[in-house]
Design a protein around this ligand. Sequence first.
Ligand SMILES: [Cu+2]
Length: 439
Amino acid sequence: MNPTDRPLAIAGLGKVQRRIISTSAAIATGQSRNPYRTSRTRCLFFQPFCQSRDRKAGGSSLSGPRLTSSSAMVSQARQQIHRLLEYLLEFISNKPKAFLVIMPKSRLPRAPIGWNRRQFLTWGLAGLGASTLGLWGWQRSRTAALPLTPSPPVLPDSDAPFNPMTILRAFDRGVLKQENGQIIREFQVMAQSSVIPLNAALSFVSWNLNGRVPGPTLRATEGDRVRIIFHNNAGHPHSLHFHGIHPADMDGVKPVRHGKTMIYEFEAQPYGVHPYHCHIAPVTRHISKGLYGLLIVDPKAGRPPADEMVLVMGGYDPNDDGQNELYAFNGIPNYFRDYPIPIYQHQRVRLYLLNMIEYDPAVTFHIHANLFQVFRTGHTLTPDEETDVITMGTAERHILEFAYPYPGRYMFHPHQDAIAEHGCMGLFEVVPREHQSMT
Ligand SMILES: [Cu+2]
C-alpha cells in the first residue's frame, strides 16, 4: 500500500479502529471487502483531510488522475457517503467541522503511566464521545437562546420582594405528573402579604401570590389537565378565579380561609391569554392589593419564535379612597422607565399584555415609533388589527407583536397621560443587531 494513500485520520488510530473505518467505507462504496484495498475509498471518505496530506506528500489530489478514472458508481457512492457524513456531523453539532481534529500518529499524546495504548485510545475515544455529546447539548442551548433575548441588565439591589424585570420573562410551566395514565400539569400558588416599596417615600402592604405582583405567569398547552394547588397564607379569605372555560365548581368564587388549601383542576381551554384573580368581595380591593396574574394557554401547534414577555398593568390605592394614586407595569411604579427593557433590533417581540387596573374603567396601551399587531385575547393565530394604541377594559388582555427597525429608546405607556405620569411608564431599549452576542 502506498503510504500516502493512508488518510491522516486513520493514521492516528490503532489497527482495529482502522479496520472498522476502512471496512465500513469499502462496503458503503461497494469497492472492496478487503480493508487493505480500500485506500482510495478511505480518501473519499476523508476527502478534506486526504487532500492536504496528499499534497504534502507529493501525491495526487482527489481531483487527479486516480479519481478521474473511477466509475460513476464511485462518484455516486461518494455523494452518499458525504451526505451520511454531513448528517452525522449535523447531529453532533451545528458547527461540525470544529469537532474533527485530525492528528497524525506522531502527535498523539503519550498514554498516562500505567496505561497501555489500547486503554488510552479506548478511554480517550469514550471521553471524546462524551465531550462531543456535552458540547452538542451546550451548542444547541446556546444556539436556541441566541436570536431572541438580549442579556438582562444588571439591576440594583432593591427592598422589593420581587423584580419586575424578572417577572417580565418568567413563565411557570408547573410540574408534570402522571396519575392513572393521565398527565397533569401541577402548579403551586400561595397567597400572602408582603410590603412593596412603591417609591422612595411610600411602602404598601400588598396581598399577593407567590410573593409577587402580578402573581406567577402560569403556562400550559391547550388540552393540558392543569392542577393549581392554592394555599392561603394571608390574613383574609381569598380565592383564585380563572378566566377561560371550566366547570362551575372550579370557578374560584368560594373563599379559601387563612391556612386552608383549595385545589383547582380543569382542562386548559381554550388557547389564549387568561387572567386569574381573587374573587372575594370587595373584589376591587382584593385585586388592587395585588391578587392577580396570567394563565397563558398555548395553542397546540405553538406560535413562531419571538422574544416573549409579560406586562401587567395594575393600580394602587394606598389611602383606600377608592381611587388609584399610583400605577405600575409588573408591580413597581416607573420600574421600566428607570430600567428599560432590552430587546433586539428587528427581533419579533411577543407581548402578553393584561390590564388589571381597578377603579379606572379602561386604559389604553401605546408604544412609540412603531405599530403592533393585535391578537385579541390571544385567541387567534392571525392578527386582528395593526395599530399603535389599543383600549383595554379591566381584565382585558391581548397578545401584541412588533419588531423595532431602528435602535434606541422608545416609550410605552397608557395614553391616559395622568396614569402614565403616576407610574405606568416604561421604555424599550432596542439593541442593534451587531451587538448581539452569544450569552
Ligand atoms: Cu382576595
